[in-house]
Structures are given as structure tokens and as C-alpha cells.
Design a binder for this molecule. Structure first.
Ligand code: TYM
Length: 336
């Protein structure tokens, strides 16, 4: 490992295809991070099992997520991109950290409460301890920073609490990580209800833009986006959440500030603005979609990257795991 650089860790669940929210809130910010950080990115397939998965479809989604990471610009030769389930240390550390995490703090997690309400027929223990596996992912690599969208802030806070608790008993075992939240796009809202975050599992098909949607679909979804009755393109998240959401999406893809956008569209109606946002988003996604199609055909490249990077992740994570085992007093297996 390059000791000069700070360490960065992040990942996404391997369910369905990614949304514009996943892309703008996380993936888009990841692609150039390797210049400054030693980067690790997981395909979080174990986390996905907290919701029932159809096996063949799940396997395809995991591969598709890996290919989308690479297509969006994450170079697997410069970043350690691997599957979480290929590195057993994640679940091994999770067990130990489960024993250092309280039921009370887990039951306060908003994502747990939301998911438990949504999947009332399957409120499993994995859903409850999801943040502990996430803490293990991060702490195993001694990550300094974790780039995520706003919705993951609470999970980062519990990760820090667990790390500090463990360190206060056993000395400096874990680096206490910081969340890194991008400015524009950190919370992309639903196009149909701008008070709710854009989500993979929204029942309304017009609420979510997927990374693999074609241009017409993208523009159609933006045209139907819910706005307000006033016709002014002005950023005001509280009183004009729909337009403000569109502005934050436009800002993330065009790198323009809200003032610049207000000027650009002064005097235009919502209709024109929505089409402009749709077109700009489609333009941003097209090269990613083309690269994705190529990668999905060319199996051997992804497979060799997946393998090499899993070996690296295995090595790095096991160093931390061995230290933890020793600190808590587990007995090492005699060598001969
Ligand atoms: P997941 O798959 O739910 O989300 C992946 C990333 O996308 C961001 N995101 C959004 N950002 C902006 N607007 C949205 N509407 C939106 N929807 C999702 C999320 O904030 C996240 O950054 N628990 C993690 C996966 C994980 C992980 C980790 C992340 C497992 N272990 C370790 C970092 C470090 C998650 O929610 O993924």
C-alpha cells in the first residue's frame, strides 16, 4: 500500500441498477479520488441480502454494478474494486463489532426504521445489524475518508462511535473515519415527490432516473417532474423543492452554480428548463452506458480485475483483522 496517501473506502449495494442519486451522490465523486487517496470500493453484495434476492438476477446485478463502476471511470488498476463477499474478513470483523454495538443505538438508525416499515414481512436480524457490517467494511481498511450521500451520514456516525469505543478499550486499533459529502448532488430527490430521496425501489416509475435509462426515457421523466405553480427558476429548497432538486441535478452535471443557472434560465419556463436538465443528464450518461455495454461483453477483463483486487483487499483487511483478534484475546492457531 502507498503509505503516503490517506485511505478512502466506499461502496454500493448490488441491487437493481444504479440511480442518478447513486451516481451524483457518490460514484461521480469517486472517479478522480485515487489521485489523492489510496482507494477501496466494494460491491456490497452481502448487504444486499438483507432484502430477498432472486439468485440469478442478484448475480447479474453484482456484475453489472462492477461494470458500472468501471464504466463511470473507476479504473480497477488504480483503485481496489472488489466484491465484499470475496473477502471473509468483513463478516469476521462484523461478528466482533456486533459485540461492541448496542441494541439501542442500532434501533435509532433511520434507514433501519424505514426499511423495516417497507419490508414488514421480513424484518430480519441482518437488516438490524446492517450498520455493523458497514462499520467493518470501513474499519478493516483503516479508512480516513468515506465518500457517501447524505443518507449515509448516520451510518458513518455509528461507525465512528464503534471505532472510538473499541479504541478506548484496546488502544489505537482503528482509524476513526470522516464522511466526505459532495456539494451538489449529495441528496437527489424523487422527481415525483421532491420531499423524498430518489430511490431504486420507488413504486412510481417516473420518480427515479436509472443510469441505464435511454435518452428519451430520461427526458420524459424530467418533463414529468413535479414542480410548483410559480414559474420562476430560483433555488429555494424549502418553498420550491421540485425546481431546487432539478437545479441541484443540473448543477452537479454542468458544474454551474445556482446563480449561474438562475441567470441562464431567467425568463424561461419550467418546460424548457426540464428539457435542458434531461438533455444534459442524458449527455453525461451516454458515454457511461456505451462503456458499460462493452464491458458486459468482455468478461475476462472484469474477472481478472475482480480477482487481483480481491487478493489485495484480502491482504489489507487481514492485517487489521489479525490485530483485532489478538487485542480481544482470541487464540492464534499454532503454526505447526
Ligand atoms: P446504497 O447502495 O444504498 O447507496 C450507494 C451510495 O449512493 C448514495 N445515494 C444517494 N446520494 C444522493 N442522492 C440519492 N437519492 C441517493 N441514493 C443513494 C448513498 O448515500 C451511498 O453513498 N450502506 C451503503 C453501502 C455500503 C457502504 C459501505 C458505503 C456498505 N458498506 C461502506 C460506504 C462504506 C449504501 O447505502 O449504499
Amino acid at each position: 500500500m502507498d503509505k503516503e496517501k490517506k485511505i478512502l473506502y466506499s461502496g454500493m449495494q448490488a441491487t437493481n441498477t444504479l440511480t442518478l442519486g447513486n451516481y451524483l451522490g457518490a460514484l461521480k465523486n469517486w472517479v478522480s479520488m485515487h489521485e489523492e487517496y489510496e482507494c477501496f470500493y466494494g460491491v456490497m453484495d452481502l448487504h444486499s441480502l438483507t432484502v430477498r434476492q432472486e439468485p440469478a438476477e442478484f448475480r447479474k446485478n453484482a456484475r453489472s454494478l462492477y461494470a458500472l463502476y468501471v464504466a463511470a471511470g473507476l479504473d480497477p488498476e488504480k483503485n481496489c474494486v472488489y466484491y465484499q463477499s470475496h473477502v471473509p474478513a468483513h463478516t469476521q470483523l462484523a461478528w466482533i463489532l456486533n459485540c461492541f454495538t448496542y441494541m439501542g443505538e442500532l434501533s435509532r438508525m433511520t434507514q433501519y426504521k424505514d426499511k423495516a416499515a417497507k419490508h414488514a414481512d421480513n424484518v430480519n436480524a441482518g437488516l438490524f445489524t446492517y450498520p455493523v457490517l458497514m462499520a467493518s467494511d470501513i474499519l478493516l481498511y483503516q479508512a480516513d475518508v468515506v465518500p457517501v450521500g447524505v443518507d449515509q451520514k448516520q451510518h458513518l456516525e455509528i461507525t465512528r462511535d464503534i471505532a472510538e469505543r473499541f479504541n478506548s478499550i484496546y488502544g489505537d486499533v482503528f482509524t476513526v473515519p470522516e464522511a466526505y459529502i459532495g456539494k451538489a448532488g449529495a441528496k437527489v430527490m424523487s422527481l415525483q415527490d421532491p420531499t423524498k430521496k430518489m430511490s431504486k425501489s420507488d413504486e412510481n416509475p417516473n420518480a427515479t432516473v436509472f443510469l441505464l435509462d435511454d435518452k428519451d426515457t430520461i427526458i420524459r421523466k424530467f418533463k414529468r417532474a413535479v414542480t410548483d405553480s410559480d414559474a420562476e427558476i430560483r433555488y429555494d429548497a424549502e418553498n420550491k423543492p421540485g425546481v431546487s432538486n432539478l437545479m441541484s441535478i443540473y448543477s452537479a452535471v454542468s458544474k454551474k452554480s445556482y446563480e449561474e443557472i438562475e441567470k441562464e434560465f431567467a425568463g424561461s419556463g419550467y418546460g424548457d428548463f426540464k428539457i435542458a436538465v434531461g438533455e444534459r443528464v442524458a449527455e453525461e450518461l451516454l458515454p457511461i452506458q456505451n462503456k458499460y455495454q462493452e464491458l458486459m461483453k468482455e468478461k475476462s477483463f472484469i474477472e481478472s480485475c475482480m480477482k487481483n483486487n480481491a487478493e489485495k483487499a484480502f491482504y489489507v483487511s487481514n492485517k487489521t483483522l489479525r490485530k483485532v483478534y489478538k487485542k480481544v484475546g482470541l487464540t492464534e492457531l499454532p503454526r505447526s
